[in-house]
Design a protein. Sequence first.
Length: 377
Amino acid sequence: MPKIQMVDLQGQYRKIQREVDRSIKDVLKSAAFINGPKVKEFETNLANYLDVKHVIPCGNGTDALQISMMGLGLKPGDEVIVPAFTYVATVEVAALLGLNPVMVDVDKNTFNLTAEIVEQALNVHTRAIVPVHLFGQSTDMEPLMKIAEKYNLQIIEDNAQSIGTEYTFSDGTKKKTGNIGNVGCISFYPSKNLGAYGDAGAVTTQNDELADKIRRIASHGQSEKYHHKYIGVNSRLDAIQAAILDVKLKYLDKYVAARQVVADYYDKAFADIELLQTPERLPQSTHVFHQYTLIVKEGHRDALKSFLHEHGIPSMIYYPIPLTEQEAFKGRGRKVGDLPITKSLCASVLSLPIHTEMTDDQLEYIAETIQAYFDNA
Ligand SMILES: *Cc1c(COP(=O)(O)O)cnc(C)c1O
């Protein structure tokens, strides 16, 4: 049995090595390292895949969030509602722009924002909401869109973990995550579902004007060369990463299907273990399982993690500390309640290995080991 890893990027690369190497070589020969045809090609293919009008490639997912907030014209002092249970990037960029990140609690089963939670956090300074589609499942967007309309708020979807996820509205309309709010932000960090071999990201939007502005902001705010209409940043997707991503995009559906097989296996294996809660599947959303995250009840999380480690099984805690309790963000923003769910999740979540190269032996071994822990618990 191959050694179990959280992700197996080497195994994944081996299967597409020839295609990827050829694509990289084409870029090396062309010497068009910045922008150029490869970046354009990937942009077009990704827009088709996501069924979105505009894809603006950029340096990474964090930049995607930042240039989206800049593009939407958010100003210092504006309040942006973000979940307290997520990766730091979302609040970090808001803080960097002088915005006031209001870190709120999340739903205890989906780990995502809900309309009720957001509504309780609104005030006259609220300008935007950042739903993070955590672990691969969409936030319940329809009620959130209603609030955004009612209070005239912008929605920036943090789609870093959920590329390709599909959300169904109550009238049957389906939209991919990132296409529902004003903008979507994608990360191609190597371990993400569509991972580059370095840093990369993209902004997606259906809005022509906003797309144009964001594209300029990503390129020093230039309208044409050496004419700077906005204060921008330098955030580019390099052509070598685009070449790799363009190859991997063709396999993304296959990769997602492989993750879903793992998730289904885990769901079944753990269904009867009372001290484990398997991931909630929202009927309105598909789940691309960037992570498979269990809730381990009654304080067993850390002991289970150690037990797995002793048996050669890695696991990770996404995320161990509420953003409100991070040193950099303590006392920042406006406090809304005590975030009991976020705190409880930080103490009880555990993410298991899930990736495109997992073998049946590995899954069986993980399931047996976890069962053995609870047989003796
Ligand atoms: C990965 C990630 C980001 C940041 O993406 P980078 O490409 O690493 O900058 C932002 N938000 C979430 C939820 C993420 O998982």
